[in-house]
Each structure stands twice: as structure tokens, then as C-alpha cells.
Design a protein around this ligand. Structure first.
Ligand SMILES: Cc1cc2nc3c(=O)[nH]c(=O)nc-3n(C[C@H](O)[C@H](O)[C@H](O)COP(=O)(O)OP(=O)(O)OC[C@H]3O[C@@H](n4cnc5c(N)ncnc54)[C@H](O)[C@@H]3O)c2cc1C
Length: 395
């Protein structure tokens, strides 16, 4: 039987021993909100120095609200505002522009986001960081096995938070009804020096290509659905990658010109994770461990931030751990599922490369989709009202 927690809202997390596995966006945010609510948090991360990883990232109004509620406004000052959300064709003509007022969004280097979260974690007295330590096993009883250079040890926690990403070890340890699907879709991301951004995402004959300003440069990303592009990546051939894009998207030549080595391209396959349950006993999942999704709505990390804030809120609001975990799942799972489905549909549209399919998409489908990009669609993507999120993180 799980521990019954005090019904007095501010008190229930006090003294609770929580192990958060994974110190990226979701894990750092969870560690911060839980420690600030009184829990004793151990943050475990297998990478010894997790600060410098990744290319760029878009943080939308929901993620921004959680970060701001954590007191990170100043650190976010370096991020670059996304002034318009517009899909264009290879020649810059608008294909899809949402109507009405757009929610706030910024772009920044992942290392900047990760750095600001880790700095906040380092200053938080309730968090003990154990970096360079791998979680090898976790059980619904709250046992976590950790491996470092000295060997393996097993510890017991009141709650184990699996924020350990798409290949989550925590998820392996519980009955989550997880479905992990490899989509075969590949994306390439890169950071470029100088401002070569177009500020738009283009849907072209070779798939999608976006380039946005970030702190100290440009963040570009591209899908890799054509045989030429895939062959270039398989051969690790930068010139072939450039020429695969040059024909389909002339603006890419200027953007890709400053790359000096193939190693500057980060490749990711899109993997979908859907879980029937998000908690089992003393295990709970958040972020990609629970719901990795297609990147096309830019909501993976944002959803992880929202998960962290809602988890903390529901644990405090409920009087027992099982009730809090159930309330968290009830609130987050349907909202995230809707976003993941929408993101996947958007990705499929973006990646149409057949000329007939593209003509139908651009001339028939997108004008209709444009009619539905309304306030309702925005709130589906953002999942929770901004005011609620600002309040949740603050506790
Ligand atoms: C091409 C692409 C573009 C994207 N763009 C955006 C975007 O613009 N905006 C957005 O919101 N999202 C975006 N996403 C999604 C986003 O990257 C993820 O949803 C987000 O990083 C998930 O965060 P997380 O903290 O849940 O997991 P992760 O970022 O995967 O972090 C997991 C952490 O756990 C650690 N870990 C893993 N296993 C163990 C273990 N066994 N023991 C200890 N530590 C472990 C890892 O080292 C890592 O630090 C994009 C994804 C892709 C593929």
C-alpha cells in the first residue's frame, strides 16, 4: 500500500524522497518544481556534463509560462522571438498562415535552455545532482538501480520520475502499456554561425526546411524523405546533402554554405511513444518517456515542461500519492494525445514530395486547413491556459 500523504495542500510533498531520472528539459523542470514544493530530489543523469547538447528549439507560450513560473525570465532574455508562424513554398510564397493573434514563441539554442535549467537546479538546495550515473532498472516499489564507475547500487524512493526520454529505462520497469513506434522519418538539425535565417518553414519538393534566428546564430532543420537526401546522409556526404536541397529549395544554398563538416549535422529518427498508463505504483513518466511525438508542432519539450508543472500541482492537490498520480495522468494524457496526433498529421502533410500530392495539398487542402487554424486549434496545441501554467509552476 502506498504512503498516504497529508491532505494539507502545501505539505504533502514535504520530505518525500523523489528520484528524477534524466536531467534534460522535463527532468530538470520536474526536479525544480518538486524540490520547491518541499520534496528531497535526487536528479540522476547518465551524461556527465549535460550542458552542451543539441541544436535549437522552439519554446511556445505554454513552455514559456512554465519556465517563467520557475523564475527564468531573465535567462530567457537571450532567446529570439518568433515574429510570425508561416509555412511557405520553395519560393517564399505563403502556403499557410494561422489567422488571428498568435501565441508567444521563442527560439534558442538547446544548450542555452539546458544551461539555464541546470544553473537553476544547481542553486536549488532540495536537489542532489548525480551526473554520469545511469539508471539501469526501476520497479513499481520505488527501487532504482544506478550504475556509475564504481558499480551498481539499488536505492528506494517514495516516487521515481521517468524523465529519461524515448528509450526510458523507468518505462521498461513498469506496466505502462507502452507502444514505441519507429516512423523511419529522419530529421536533420544544425546550428549555423551568423544570421542566415529565413524566419519561415518551407514545404518543398524535398520536404520541409526551416531556418530561424537563435541566440548567436541560426538554427536550421530539414526533413530527409527523398532518396537523394537519405543517400547523402547514409554516405555522410555534406556536398551531396547540400545539392539534394539546392535543387528543391534555392534559399538552402545560402543557409548551408557555412557548414564545414558533416559532423555539424545532428540526425534524429522520429519515434512515437504512446502509453496506456503514465504511472505504475511509485513510478511515473513524463516528457518523451511517456509521449515522444513528431516534432512538427514543436510541442515535445513544451509538453514535458507542462507535465512537470501539472505533476507537482496534482501531487500537492491530492491527499495520496496514487490519487495525485492518477489526477496527473487524467489531466495530461488526453491533452498530449491530441497534440501528438495533430503533430503527426502536420508532419505527413509537410513531407509530401510527390508533385501531384503537393499540388493537391497546396492548392486544395491547405486553404481549407487555414480556415480552421483558429483560437480553438491554438488552445489544443498549448493544452493548458497560460495563466494556469504561470500559477502552477509558482505553486
Ligand atoms: C528534430 C526534432 C526537433 C524538435 N523540435 C522541438 C521544438 O522545437 N520544440 C519542442 O518543444 N520540442 C521539440 N522536439 C522534441 C523535444 O526534443 C523532446 O520532446 C524533448 O527533448 C523531450 O524532453 P525530455 O526531457 O522528456 O527527454 P530528453 O530530452 O530525451 O532527455 C532525457 C534525458 O534522460 C537522460 N537519460 C536517458 N536514459 C537514462 C538513463 N538510463 N539513466 C540516466 N539518464 C538517462 C538522457 O541523457 C537525457 O538527458 C524536437 C524533436 C526532434 C526530433
Amino acid at each position: 500500500m502506498l504512503q498516504v500523504l497529508s491532505p494539507r495542500s502545501q505539505m504533502i510533498l514535504s520530505g518525500l524522497n523523489i528520484v528524477v531520472c534524466g536531467a534534460a528539459t522535463g527532468g530538470c523542470a520536474a526536479a525544480l518544481v518538486l524540490a520547491r514544493a518541499g520534496a528531497r530530489v535526487t536528479l540522476v543523469e547518465r551524461v556527465a556534463k549535460p550542458k552542451e547538447i543539441g541544436a535549437g528549439i522552439a519554446i511556445a507560450e505554454n513552455g514559456l509560462a512554465v519556465l517563467e513560473s520557475l523564475g527564468l525570465h531573465d535567462a530567457l532574455g537571450v532567446a529570439r522571438t518568433v515574429t510570425e508562424v508561416r509555412i511557405v513554398d520553395a519560393f517564399g510564397r505563403t502556403l499557410l498562415a494561422p489567422r488571428g493573434k498568435q501565441p508567444r514563441a521563442v527560439m534558442l539554442r538547446r544548450s542555452t535552455l539546458q544551461g539555464m535549467l541546470l544553473d537553476a537546479v544547481a542553486k536549488e538546495p532540495g536537489i542532489e545532482c548525480r551526473f554520469g550515473v545511469e539508471v539501469t532498472r526501476a520497479t513499481p516499489l520505488g527501487e532504482v538501480t544506478l550504475r556509475d564507475g564504481a558499480g551498481e547500487t539499488t536505492e528506494r524512493a517514495d516516487l521515481v520520475v521517468g524523465a529519461d526520454g524515448v528509450h526510458s529505462r523507468v518505462r521498461d520497469g513498469g506496466a505502462f502499456g507502452a507502444r514505441v513506434r519507429r516512423t523511419g522519418l529522419r530529421y536533420v538539425r544544425m546550428l549555423l554561425s551568423g544570421d542566415v535565417a529565413t524566419g519561415t518553414e518551407a514545404w518543398t519538393a524535398a520536404g520541409l526546411f526551416g531556418a530561424f534566428p537563435v541566440d548567436g546564430g541560426t538554427y536550421a532543420f530539414a526533413s530527409c524523405g527523398t532518396p537523394e537526401c537519405r543517400a547523402a546522409l547514409d554516405a555522410r556526404d555534406l556536398e551531396a546533402f547540400r545539392s539534394a536541397w539546392a535543387g528543391a529549395y534555392p534559399a538552402s544554398s545560402r543557409i548551408l554554405a557555412s557548414l564545414t563538416s558533416f559532423d555539424e549535422l545532428l540526425q534524429n529518427e522520429v519515434i512515437r511513444v504512446d502509453c496506456e498508463r503514465w504511472s505504475d505504483g511509485r513510478l511515473v513518466l513524463l516528457g518523451d518517456a511517456a509521449h515522444a511525438m513528431a516534432p512538427n508542432l514543436g510541442q515535445g519539450a513544451n509538453s514535458a515542461l507542462v507535465d512537470a508543472a501539472v505533476l507537482q500541482f496534482e501531487l500537492r492537490r491530492c491527499s495520496t500519492l496514487p490519487d495525485g498520480l492518477e489526477a496527473y495522468e487524467r489531466r495530461r494524457q488526453p491533452a498530449v494525445r491530441r497534440v501528438a496526433e495533430a503533430s503527426s498529421r502536420l508532419g505527413k502533410l509537410a513531407e509530401v514530395t510527390h508533385p501531384v500530392g503537393r499540388t493537391l495539398r497546396d492548392r486544395v487542402l491547405l486553404p481549407i486547413v487555414g480556415l480552421f487554424t483558429t483560437t480553438k486549434a491554438t488552445s489544443l496545441v498549448l493544452q493548458e491556459p497560460t495563466e494556469t501554467l504561470l500559477a502552477l509552476g509558482r505553486g
